[in-house]
Design a protein around this ligand. Sequence first.
Ligand code: PLP
Length: 449
Amino acid sequence: MPTTLEAKTPRLVTALPGPNAKRVLEQDAKFMSPSYTRDYPLVAKRGHGAIVEDVDGNAFLDFAAGIAVCSTGHCHPKVVSAIQRQAAELIHMSGTDFYYESMPQLAARLGRTMPGTEGKKVFFTNSGTEAIEGAIKLARYATKRDNFIAFYGCFHGRSMGALSLTASKSTQRKGFGALLSGIEHIPYPYAYRCPHGHAAESCGAEILEQLEGQIFKRLFDPEDVAGIIIEPIQGEGGYVPAPKFFLQELQRICRQHGIMFIVDEVQSGMGRTGQWWACEHSRIEPDILCSAKGIASGMPLGAIIARESVMRWKPGAHGTTFGGNPVCLAAALATMDLIESEYLENARRMGDYLFGRLAGWTKNFKIVGDVRGRGLMIGIEIVRDQGTKEKAADLRNAIVDLAFHKGLLVLGAGENTIRLSPPLLIDQEQADFAVRTLEDCFREAEKKA
Ligand code: PLP
């Protein structure tokens, strides 16, 4: 009999939340900032592979992966031993003032994964937000221009610069006063809700017309625009992929006007979509690529990867005390080994498998409006009515909660989408369990609809 953590599927031993979890929730309510958003009361204690155990010994199948972070699963032995080895040797010196062997080692490997023949340079950060914040500065520095174009629905982080680009939920901005000026948001090509009724691969032509015909003519001269930033697949916004032609056209516009083409791959990157980076599916070559989340299997690390002709700022122009900490770098190197040797291929294979299993869901369930994404970045949009496409946030929330009570961890994205972002190591048995569990949840939710 396997232990709870060695099992491949969930085992619930208490009502949820259990007694120990309840104690933690009470303490949390007393001492923690109320700004955190928890969808359900999971109090995580241990993890292994795609299984997470809570403080009461309940084991869950994790299709959230700590918000698309634990790419190699929880506590992969190779990642753990890389962390342990490094922690016993050296924890910190600061890569801003001193050198670490692993810094250029990881930078060279990351640079090789980014599309484009030109050499790449890398700046390491502690988070996705910091990668975006640095990219804003780098684009301004490299172009000597101020303005940016970003997209509705995109999430880029919550520090004042990154938040100025974020246009995901107004609660994320409310109460924080004036943000960066010189940022214009335009619609994201959201094929399921395309106002012009275009198909998935052709949605967005009118947005490009608006950019070139209106924004560049009436608001910002393109020669004053430092960067256009986009998530190739919107994450927090609802797991919405941008069409290939759209990304290619954005690149053309950027090249034509000397604008930095910046892709935010914090959520979509590092193997999740079956390629190192989601932008590879569209054969684009960004100038700056921002990464974090899955890059170090849960250790805090982000990276700004840029063409070497772009990352030419002078010593002191940008720095960080902790960014590129050696323990995080060791975890990232082990993570890249695993993604390269096994999980890129597995993400592709299990992504295809899951999409195959979900293919009929818009027919099988009247509350499923759309199933979309790539690889193991899958969004299921929940609607009240397939004809009107009315968003059903309440049903989505009910499904997420029902899944938790059946031992499956999933998260919402956007107003009414369920996101599946499991660790890249899941197998068919786990994919089948997730599909069966979601089917049960959807049936129950439909009765409430
Ligand atoms: N960019 C994207 C696309 C994200 O999904 C996130 C976080 O969800 C961020 C940036 C911010 O990253 P972090 O939370 O590591 O600061």
